[in-house]
Write a protein that binds this ligand. Sequence first.
Ligand SMILES: NC(=O)c1ccc[n+]([C@@H]2O[C@H](COP(=O)([O-])OP(=O)(O)OC[C@H]3O[C@@H](n4cnc5c(N)ncnc54)[C@H](O)[C@@H]3O)[C@@H](O)[C@H]2O)c1
Length: 430
Amino acid sequence: MENLNQKIGNAAVIGLGYVGLPLALLAAQKGWRVVGIDNDPVKIGKLLARESPFLDKKVDEDLKTSSLEPTTDFKKVSDMDVIVICVPTPVTESHLPNLGPVRLSAKSIAPYIKPGQLIVLESTVNPGVCEEFILPILEEGSGMKAGKDFYLAHSPERINPGDDKWNVENTPRVVGSLEERGLEKALAFYRSILTSEIKAMKSLKEAEAVKVVENSFRDVNIAFVNELAMSFSHLGIDVVNVIEGASTKPFSFLPHYPGCGVGGHCIPVDPYYLIDHAQKNGFNHEFLKLAREINNYMPAFTVKLVIEALREKGFDPKKSVVAVLGLSYKADIDDTRESPAFEIIDCLREDGISVNTYDPFVVRLSTHTSLKDALEGAQAAVLATAHSEFKAMTPEDFKKHEIEIVVDGRNVFSKEEFIKAGIIYKGIGR
Ligand SMILES: NC(=O)c1ccc[n+]([C@@H]2O[C@H](COP(=O)([O-])OP(=O)(O)OC[C@H]3O[C@@H](n4cnc5c(N)ncnc54)[C@H](O)[C@@H]3O)[C@@H](O)[C@H]2O)c1
């Protein structure tokens, strides 16, 4: 990446996680002086030692040469031109938006903001959060007026961890702001660091809505194919073959694939922000709620397949051992947030089944430190994450550990080869 070696402005990034850290490193490489602020001192300690807090080859490499200044000191925002907030937006146990980190970050910067600064929220939120939630906190804490003294914008991040093609620099963006000047400033900031198209939205609310719509779109489409998978398993139809058949239509069909559950900090979380906000404003998102229910049910459906197969083979589930392969929410990364693997493990244990777990990227949470050890003594295996190490497995790799049942939660194995090898194979809808 090009290093301009000449500071074009001062920027602070608040929250140095999967979203904030790559952005901070990119801005630093593009010539900004970047201060990275996080309220986790352990994370800041790692970053000061130039160690990535999560698994990411590019972040690892970039950190070594980056001029990024990590700190826990919020006062540093006072001499910044741009302040970008990238803190988490999780949901509570009862699936309600938890804006606690957003509130805290806004409160932490408010006393130090100065006239003329641009504050951008990148965290995913429902329409209205910038204007109705963040703006009053910033105005109250600073004694200044948004749109007059400082500027407020929103540009939801779309980063897709583990994606080799689309990254923070080349993924198109949308930007919305409270007023024209803020929009110009935000567009100028992103144009200085990104190579992608940047679309100006008409308002903060529209920009906020874009991101929840994108992720809800994915959630409902996945729920649709998950529902088909459950239906077709009664009809003896392989849903993956059907989706591939439907994909030959060159228009008006977009393939999505079923699986043992939807994970990560975005898809299973963001729709709840819209559901809750709409509810408070008098609208009931029945469709989005149903999609969430269907996708939340998939780990239990997967366990049902395991139990059926154990019984089919004459095993007593309560005396059986099942190996769950994969804990992260998607392939070849170490992020376990909202991962369906944990729900699968809990459901298996609730049914009295002993569970071995192994994830090469998340060994710290695995019961076993190698694939071989996790398979040893198990009668069945569930593939919960399509890590490359697991995808490369053949029926023989299972047979040598006397595994008789494979439940392929990610539909990555060749059903025919497993059946030919005498293994009971169950995919999701195949
Ligand atoms: N992870 C993704 O793939 C992804 C993609 C697009 C958008 N998003 C959105 O971006 C936002 C951030 O997600 P993430 O995955 O980077 O989260 P993360 O948990 O990886 O990182 C957030 C960071 O913010 C820090 N933090 C929390 N509260 C803080 C505070 N009050 N002040 C300062 N720092 C604070 C945490 O210590 C952490 O380091 C969320 O809204 C998420 O929905 C995430």
